[in-house]
Design a protein around this ligand. Structure first.
Ligand SMILES: Cc1cc2nc3c(=O)[nH]c(=O)nc-3n(C[C@H](O)[C@H](O)[C@H](O)COP(=O)(O)O)c2cc1C
Length: 308
């Protein structure tokens, strides 16, 4: 039986589409595959100015996204066996187009369907995935797998390269800095996951899919990330409220607060980050057991609301 697959995704720079193409490459001739890109009604800018970039934070964090275009009716009317759902985190939440899609009626495409999420991120994706799990549960989708590709360079290096990429549009290596984003080798090697999904689908054994994906390295997660995200999301929630008091997206009245947020975030990240990773290390030693449990939870597919 040829499985009918829907690959549903949003990508701004094309990175996520590359990841999905690689996953699908090994099974493209064995399945009927439709691709559907989620598109914002008004595309987000790329490269961004710093003000544009940080101005999307409040509505991303508060899940008040810009609208997306309708999904084609032939996609909505087709009965898929499995949906591969590719998305990226923005400010520790699903990107705005993804949230807009999940909040829309088009999310019914997921109803009663097995779903494999594929995340292409810098390295902070835990809270975003919890939000996606919640939305998927609310439309009665069945999350059967999760594959996460991150930039595996040290945190500060990936921050510098993502800044160069976002604000100059330059992905390739320059000076002492490597290329931005997920490493090419990791993208290429993601083809192995497609074969695993296919095998489990044919064997009617999707409940066991995540175990094998994990054995293949589909999710690599350091305990320190849990602490960093817990801290980050609290700060972002505070700043989102504070900025929105001055107006909605793009309102010049809130620009001062947006830029203040940007400057403080950069100070936190570049100056205080070595200190905060030191305290995070100590926390890791003190809370080792809880953190190991957390790591286990975030690698799996279960959903406990408010876990992070
Ligand atoms: C506005 C914005 C915020 C981002 N926030 C995060 C984040 O919180 N965590 C993370 O790991 N990556 C973050 N990224 C990187 C994206 O998740 C993603 O890897 C990158 O934008 C490329 O994705 P694309 O396929 O849409 O081009 C952010 C990117 C943008 C544009």
């Amino acid at each position: 039986m040829r499985p009918r697959l829907l690959v549903l995704y949003y990508t701004q720079t094309g990175q996520l589409r590359q990841i999905l193409d690689s996953i699908i490459s090994g099974i493209a001739d064995k399945a009927d595959i439709d691709y559907a890109a989620i598109e914002p009604v008004k595309p987000f800018p790329f490269p961004w100015t710093p003000l544009q970039f940080f101005d999307v934070m409040p509505e991303t964090v508060e899940h008040l996204p810009e609208p997306v275009k309708p999904l084609p009716t032939d996609i909505l009317n087709k009965d898929y066996d499995l949906i591969i759902f590719g998305y990226q985190p923005w400010f520790l939440n699903p990107s705005q187009p993804i949230t807009a899609f999940l909040q829309s009626d088009y999310a019914q495409v997921f109803k009663d369907k097995p779903v494999v999420t594929v995340i292409g991120s810098r390295n902070m994706w835990l809270h975003a995935q919890e939000m996606v799990k919640g939305y998927l549960q609310s439309v009665n989708a069945h999350l059967v797998g999760n594959i996460v590709l991150t930039d595996t360079n040290p945190n500060l290096v990936s921050l510098l390269t993502v800044i160069r990429w976002s604000f100059k549009g330059q992905k390739q290596a320059s000076g002492m800095l490597p290329a931005a984003g997920v490493q090419d080798k990791d993208i290429y090697e993601a083809y192995r996951f497609g074969n695993t999904i296919y095998k489990h689908f044919l064997g009617n054994n999707l409940t066991d899919l995540q175990r094998e994906l994990l054995a293949q390295g589909a999710v690599r997660l350091k305990p320190g990330l849990v602490i960093l995200e817990q801290r980050g999301i609290k700060n972002f929630r505070f700043w989102a409220k504070f900025i929105r008091k001055k107006g909605g997206p793009g309102d010049p009245n809130r620009a001062k607060r947006v830029l203040l947020f940007k400057n403080l975030l950069l100070v936190m990240v570049f100056i205080l980050s070595p200190l905060s990773s030191f305290t995070a290390r100590i926390m890791q030693l003190i809370k080792r057991r809880t953190l190991l449990k957390d790591v286990d939870y975030f690698k799996q597919l279960g959903y406990e609301k408010g876990r992070i």
